[in-house]
Design a protein around this ligand. Sequence first.
Ligand code: GRG
Length: 308
Amino acid sequence: MNLINYFSKRKKIVDDALDKLLTSDKKDKAQSCNSDSALNSRTLYEAVRYSVFAGGKRIRPILMMAACEAVAGELGDVLVPACAIEMIHTYSLIHDDLPAMDDDALRRGKPTCHKAYGEATAILAGDALLTEAFAVVSSEEFVKKVKPEIAISVVRGIATAAGYKGMVLGQMIDMEMQGGDIDFARLEYLHIHKTGALLLACVKVGATIGGATKGQLCQLIKYGECIGLAFQIADDILDVVGDSKVIGKEAGMDSKHGKITYPKVVGLHEAKNIAEGLISSALESIKDFGKEADPLRRIARFIIEREK
Ligand code: GRG
């Protein structure tokens, strides 16, 4: 399996689907009834699309598709939730970059959304992406593809992973821990929530829609937990050893912001060992799967081998 080919084909599928979902209000209304184009905001449309199409890797939607594939599910069934997850991911990055949070000027090698469109528009672009994600996973198009109870579990799973008990909680702890005492247990908890929760949700949603058995779901959840934590550790490591030009943002920002990271707490070498160990556990947990799970295996390795 050629990972570059696989990624670029999957990325294209996701990009095309996002392009169709993130139309302007004007276009939507034109398809159904008469529109009042004066009410349409070109700025919101452009700011949303600026961030969504800024060159992200699409790892979350690709992971969701791979989890669905691993249990022989229909790829077309996960496309809508895969786009929803990418919308939520993009919202989180837009808000994370804001002056009130990390105050970053660059993301994916381009000015951050608030640098390009102003702070108020960036807040609204993030809000729009978060809410639109739930509009698409509760849309007729998606609900008619899967059973209603599956659709509800997808909505609930994504909301839980993204919100109060998931990514937002992780982000809050991240902010509270900045410049504070080093506490390994809290650091792990923070990483599992801030970054791991959404990645785990991708695996769970993909597997559930694909029709995983209870046993398969358990194995895939273990895989998702391990790669989710490893992803953030790899990100911490990249902030230390990465090249700003390649990672598309200024390296060394974690240390500048006084963030508690794995390299800071356990050292670079041990952080790499822990990430490697997590990937081995992820691979071990899906050892009973056949070659349909090869994309999941390759994604696991990619997570710690990536350069951006
Ligand atoms: C603002 C509610 C709220 C949450 C923000 C995810 C997050 C929480 C902050 C982002 C901080 C950060 C850079 C975390 C590292 C892990 C991470 C999410 C990296 C970026 O994800 P990639 O590598 O990005 O998938 P691309 O650009 O490929 O989409």
